[in-house]
Design a protein around this ligand. Structure first.
Ligand SMILES: Cc1cc2nc3c(=O)[nH]c(=O)nc-3n(C[C@H](O)[C@H](O)[C@H](O)COP(=O)(O)OP(=O)(O)OC[C@H]3O[C@@H](n4cnc5c(N)ncnc54)[C@H](O)[C@@H]3O)c2cc1C
Length: 486
């Protein structure tokens, strides 16, 4: 008799694949069902006229020997299967504000030194800032995982400290404060809600070392899927899960869109918690819990322009460029038709280690789902001329904003493509195309950080909504989720 415990994973995003990897290699019979043709969720890429574009994973940090991501990549068998290129160590990120470009250099000392060229008397404030960052790391799972491979539970005290309040109390110089928060599109920050925890983890992660994928982050998804299959599991694309069937005590099976039913001992959801509620019709989930989960606010979506440059015309920029159009890093998600975009992120994509010219770039700005909600009913590619016109207008607005900061860019563009919040909704299934899922609130850390356990005892959650978003947060969250079964 086959005694292998069977696990069904719903969704092949990074979280689902990492859980699948750990469980398949530890004797579980794993099947991952993915609704899309391409696996990977935010790790999906697409190609147009010979140029490849990333959609939702552009750069990662702490990949040098001994650093956290390096050890996680080793843990998931990725180290030799994913090609990376180091970003400029003197300016891995550049924040642009008020006509000035502020570089962020790798390493605490170097970063402080570079910033002090612009803010010569702010050394003591910057040192206080770094201490705050280090305190967060020391109190989080990152340090316990690195020192002895253990996870500590979420530190709700750290999660209840607001990023904007911390920066205001630590940094008196207003410009410096906003420059430090200038990369906040990386966590879709909200001035009144976002915990300092997210700011600190992201700062520390990239400040140690920062890398771009060479040839696309889909390498990560492909490598994980291959490992799952080598360990006897399956990763099945084009298979939306429509229902999770429960008896009076637990989940027993899932129903696919085809009507097929698949049974398992355990189930892991890699989809948005609100979406999960739609798949579950069971008294095990109380109405009050369902309502709380579905009413949680989500981070804002975004509009992206995918740029293909004319051959050998655009020098490769080995830095990420964060632009703030006003005098604040906060509230750039609160825009009007007239003043959009209030911020953007511009990154060249890397296709070889020795790249001299860029083939492609992405240009990303916040966008509310409401801006495109009127086209929600129509299918991808069939949204009509009005939608295409809307996207073209927005793309031109965004490209003009970039041209202002980087003159000479537009003339080097061969062609461009766009995606809107509707695209993100279609391709990742996050609520309203939300970029990073649930908005964490420092005033409500418990409610806005759903756990990997659910009210159905053999159904667990993984992915960006349960631990934290990004390569680091999702991988660590997958270890916690898979750890429930191992
Ligand atoms: C524009 C953008 C840029 C980003 N840049 C970076 C970056 O540079 N660095 C970084 O570290 N992080 C970045 N992130 C964040 C990071 O990509 C995500 O946090 C992470 O990849 C999310 O992984 P996940 O496991 O939660 O699942 P997701 O990627 O959300 O995947 C969920 C999967 O579930 C599938 N699914 C949904 N419903 C069903 C169903 N009913 N049946 C079957 N399958 C289903 C979806 O199709 C999808 O494949 C970025 C995100 C975005 C959107």
């Amino acid at each position: 008799m086959d005694t292998t415990k069977r696990v069904i994973i719903i969704g092949s995003g990074l979280g689902g694949l990492c859980c699948g990897y750990l469980l398949a290699r530890n004797g579980y019979g794993v099947t991952v069902f993915e609704k899309n043709r391409q696996i990977g969720g935010c790790l999906q890429t697409f190609s147009r006229n010979g140029t490849k574009f990333e959609t939702g994973m552009h750069y990662i940090g702490s990949m040098d020997e001994g650093e956290i991501m390096h050890s996680l990549f080793k843990r998931f068998g990725l180290r030799d299967n994913v090609r990376l290129r180091r970003l400029d160590t003197r300016a891995y990120d550049v924040v642009s504000m008020g006509g000035m470009h502020y570089p962020f250099a790798n390493g605490e000392e170097a970063c402080t030194g570079e910033l002090m060229r612009f803010f010569p008397v702010e050394g003591p404030a910057l040192r206080k800032y770094w201490k705050g960052v280090r305190d967060v790391i020391a109190g989080s799972s990152l340090s316990s995982w690195q020192s002895d491979g253990l996870f500590v539970p979420p530190n709700y005290e750290l999660l209840s400290r607001s990023a904007s309040v911390f920066l205001r109390e630590t940094i008196a110089n207003v410009r410096l404060r906003h420059v430090l928060a200038g990369n906040s599109i990386l966590y879709a920050a909200n001035k009144f809600k976002t915990p300092f925890y997210f700011h600190a983890i992201i700062r520390e992660l990239y400040n140690r070392s920062a890398f771009r994928f060479v040839g696309g982050s889909d390498q990560v998804a492909r490598s994980l899927a291959r490992s799952i299959e080598e360990a006897g599991g399956e990763v099945i694309a084009n298979s939306p899960v429509c229902k999770i069937n429960c008896d009076s005590r637990s989940a027993i099976s899932i129903t696919l869109q085809t009507g097929d039913e698949r049974r398992a001992d355990y189930f892991i959801s890699n989809i948005h918690p609100g979406r999960l509620m739609e798949l579950l019709d069971t008294p095990l989930i109380r109405p009050v819990y369902r309502e709380r989960i579905t009413k949680l606010e989500n981070t804002i979506s975004n509009f992206t322009v995918y740029i293909k440059f004319r051959k050998d015309s655009m020098p490769y920029l080995n830095s990420n460029f964060f632009h703030l159009s006003g005098d604040t890093a906060w509230d750039t998600d609160k825009y009007s038709e007239k003043n959009w975009p209030k911020s953007f992120l511009y990154m060249h994509l890397c296709s070889s280690q020795e790249q001299i010219y860029a083939d492609a770039a992405v240009l990303i700005a916040y966008m509310n789902f409401n801006d495109v909600a009127r086209w929600r009913g129509a299918r991808t590619g069939q949204r009509g001329a009005e939608y295409e016109d809307f996207k073209l207008r927005k793309a031109n607005r965004l490209l003009n904003a970039l041209e202002k900061e980087m003159p000479g860019t537009r003339i080097r563009i061969d062609t461009f493509y766009t995606s809107s919040p509707l695209t993100y909704l279609d391709y990742t299934g996050t609520e309203a195309g939300s970029t990073y899922g649930i908005m964490r609130d420092s005033a409500r850390p418990l409610e806005t950080n759903p756990t990997h356990r659910t009210k159905v005892p053999n159904l667990f959650q993984t992915g960006q909504n349960t631990y934290s978003h990004g390569m680091l947060g999702v991988m660590m969250g997958a270890i916690v989720t898979a750890g429930e079964l191992l």
